[in-house]
Design a protein around this ligand. Sequence first.
Ligand code: AMP
Length: 222
Amino acid sequence: MKLIMMGPPGAGKGTQAQMLAERFSCPHVSTGDMFREAVKKGSPMGTRAREYMDKGALIPDPIVIGMVEERIDQPDCRNGYILDGFPRTVAQAEALDTSLSRRGAAIDHVINVDVEDAEIVKRLAGRRTCRRCGWTCHVVFDPSKVVGVCDNCGGELFQRADDSEKTVQARLRVYKEQTTPLIQYYQQKGLLRSITGQGSINEIFNRIMEVVDQNHETTSGE
Ligand code: AMP
């Protein structure tokens, strides 16, 4: 299963991508997580990436494309992967297509998770992330058991620099300008399936599975 999760920041793509990866026993490839890891390690790429991330801007295409190509060439991606946060520009989508067709492969589904702007700002401004394991919660909608402490590993919860309200607005602007054209790109290829991102985590997951299953039936019935 080769699946792309699309949607604005805060749509819940990461959570859903992780659940899909478990369901399909394949890696969850999140470019945001990969860059955050590089920042944490203080690698040269991390230092460069941070300048863009803290502003809510996109990291230049050649850096992102090179990193993703290297990742999906790993043996654990042989049977598929769930891409989360990539592609984010038409140039990235085209590079992915070229690289897949060179390998005789193709994307199975593109899931677009739709959420309104006002809801996104509310979700992201209240999001807290564990410094140690990356677990996330929401101070109002889904609080941790102990304030400031991760339920998963006991690590410290913090607000990502790019989850501040000002940066969230910038990320949304960037999403509209650079990533929305991808909706049309994948629509033209007949791969796009839009679902609403409102509701519980399980409701959204079921919506995605319905779309994926429908397509499975269509494909196997041909
Ligand atoms: P995310 O966690 O997916 O919202 O990504 C966090 C930040 O990482 C973004 O705001 C960008 O600065 C950077 N980033 C992640 N994926 C990409 C991508 N495909 N292209 C460019 N920048 C990216």
